[in-house]
Design a protein around this ligand. Structure first.
Ligand code: NAP
Length: 511
């Protein structure tokens, strides 16, 4: 049974509400249930124990604790890698999740030490003169909210997803309750146990509930915070809860996203951009078997080179190996569950009503893999044109990309915006002026835009990787949230207050 860590203790109910099976071969992994957990006690513990304990410390002291956690988690890396294989993750997938997660903690710790004061509050900007004689001034301060941050995570990054939310909340001074996605909660449980065993955090700073949290969000107040990652349907249902709406609970959502890649040409069929574009699509189909919120779903190609791009992609995608994630030869492990295979299949069926299939699903030897595994073939589709509506609506959350022909820059921007707001777009162009036009057109619809050319391709961190330094989020369908992005994400967990008074009253040190 996956245990929860609540009110300072581990807890596992006797009966499982959900039984988890390995996507590798269908063997039973664990049961999950939150039956018997008193959610009011969880919230009370965070508010009465975690919050005060955390707020005794300065930003620098909390940053030092995060650094210690990185070292503690590193000692459990092998166990985390092994557990991750039963989420379908290959070694390189697990690297993104586990090493990536530790990297986010380390990055936040360093930035907090560099950019935040060794204080418990932040003075934001200088004084504002509010009277002619200078006797009445105003300025802003930021203080941590006094409630609990509830972090609801998606199944695809049980370690990174947990840590990238935890770091800014902890630094701000807010205790966290993590609710991992059930399917991969056994990895999240290991991450929490490694953190708790390190004995670094002030008591009450971190709790975890495995399984349902029905009834918890109903108890939130305006001092609490919800950080959600998952589907837009769940986000919109939770955002609409009476408690969340009527008490103005802060609600940050990262949801699904139909990210785009846009190929530009500097030399027709010989354009170097084509190889960069093809490489990136193959990487995005392969990493986590396409189960990344940032994966390329719509790849926009000038009609004149469509045949060339299809041929090059067929060559590369056809050579990918699908199989057991523990086999070092495997490029793509299984999807996270049999349910996800069904969901991706349904999405692909909708897309195939108007798109051509450019890859051969039987070419990957899936029949030879374990029949109870959750394997899905890499899939390349070609849309007839940018007017094919489902490609801008349906998200196949697996190794699936659709090529979409486009005419010119305006057309590319217009087609991309039909996704209703996305996390990331990438532009493949050797021409900085053209790239700038595209960036300006894409920016209102995206949280991040990568421009890839031959100068930066070698050092690029890639289309699909959110970074702690840069904003991760997107408008509209992508949830309207903004995670990561350096210390600005710490401010989400703080209240900004304008203080007014005489020079002596508002003369707070900015350091
Ligand atoms: P989901 O069903 O919305 O689940 C996401 C999380 O919400 C899980 O922890 C789930 O818990 C929880 N949840 C579901 N119903 C809930 C309720 N009534 N109250 C509280 N929590 C509830 O999403 P999914 O289908 O598993 O995840 C895949 C989706 O996530 C994809 O669409 C993908 O695009 C998106 N995603 C987005 C990002 C991003 O950063 N934008 C990152 C990763 C994934 P249980 O597992 O226990 O049901």
């Amino acid at each position: 049974m996956v245990s929860s860590y609540v009110t300072g203790d581990w807890y596992a109910p006797a009966n499982a509400a959900t039984v988890l099976r390995s996507p590798v071969d269908g063997h039973e992994l664990a049961g999950v249930s939150s039956e018997g957990i008193d959610f009011q006690a969880v919230l009370d513990h965070g508010r009465a124990v975690g919050g005060p304990n955390l707020r005794k410390h300065t930003f620098h002291e909390r940053a030092a604790m995060l650094k210690e956690l990185v070292a503690a988690l590193a000692r459990h890396k092998d166990e985390l890698y092994e557990l991750s294989a039963d989420t379908g993750a290959t070694r390189s997938d697990a690297l993104l999740d586990i090493d990536g997660g530790m990297g986010v903690l380390a990055s936040y710790a360093s930035r907090a030490l560099r950019e935040l004061p060794n204080e418990r509050y932040i003075v934001d900007g200088g004084p504002e003169a509010l009277s002619r004689d200078g006797t009445f001034l105003g300025r802003h301060i930021r203080t941590p909210l006094e409630g609990v941050a509830i972090h609801i995570n998606a199944f695809n990054f049980p370690c990174w997803g947990e840590l990238e939310k935890f770091a800014p909340a902890f630094l701000a001074g807010m205790p966290v309750v993590v609710k991992p996605a059930s399917q991969t909660s056994f990895v999240a449980e290991k991450v929490v146990s490694a953190i708790i065993d390190a004995d670094v955090l002030p008591p009450g700073s971190l709790q975890m509930v495995a399984g349902s949290i029905d009834g918890l969000l109903e108890r939130l107040t305006g001092q609490d915070y919800v950080g959600f990652t998952g589907s837009s349907q769940t986000a919109s249902m939770l955002r609409g809860l009476e408690s969340v709406r009527s008490r103005s609970v802060r609600f940050m959502a990262e949801t699904d996203s139909l990210n785009s890649a846009i190929l530009c040409l500097s030399n027709g069929n010989d354009s170097p951009e084509i190889d960069l574009f093809v490489d990136e699509i193959v990487k995005e189909i392969t990493a986590k078997s396409g189960q990344r919120c940032t994966a390329i779903r719509r790849a926009l190609v000038p009609e004149s080179v469509m045949e060339t791009v299809i041929e090059r992609l067929q060559g590369r995608i056809g050579g990918l190996k699908v199989g057991d994630p523990r086999d070092p030869e495997t490029d793509l492990g299984p999807l996270v569950s049999a349910h996800q295979v069904t969901e991706v299949g349904k999405a692909v069926d909708i897309l195939r009503a108007g798109c051509e299939l450019a890859t051969d699903p039987v070419g990957y030897g899936l029949d030879e893999l374990h029949p109870d595994g959750a394997y899905y073939p890499p899939t390349l589709l070609v849309a007839p044109d940018g007017d094919f509506e489902p490609v801008h609506r349906v998200e196949p959350f697996g190794p699936v990309t659709t090529l979409v022909p486009y005419l010119d820059t305006m057309d590319a921007i217009e087609i991309t915006s039909r996704g209703g707001g996305s996390l990331v777009a990438s532009v493949y162009s050797e021409d900085p002026d053209l790239a700038r036009d595209l960036v300006l057109g894409l920016a209102p619809y995206h949280g991040r835009v990568l421009v890839l050319d031959t100068h930066c391709a070698q050092s690029s961190t890639g289309h699909g990787s959110p970074l702690p330094h840069l904003v991760h989020g997107g408008p509209g369908r992508a949830g309207g949230g903004e995670e990561l992005g350096g210390v600005r994400s710490i401010f989400h967990y703080m209240q900004t207050t304008a203080i007014q008074g005489s020079p002596d009253t508002v003369n707070w040190s900015a350091e």
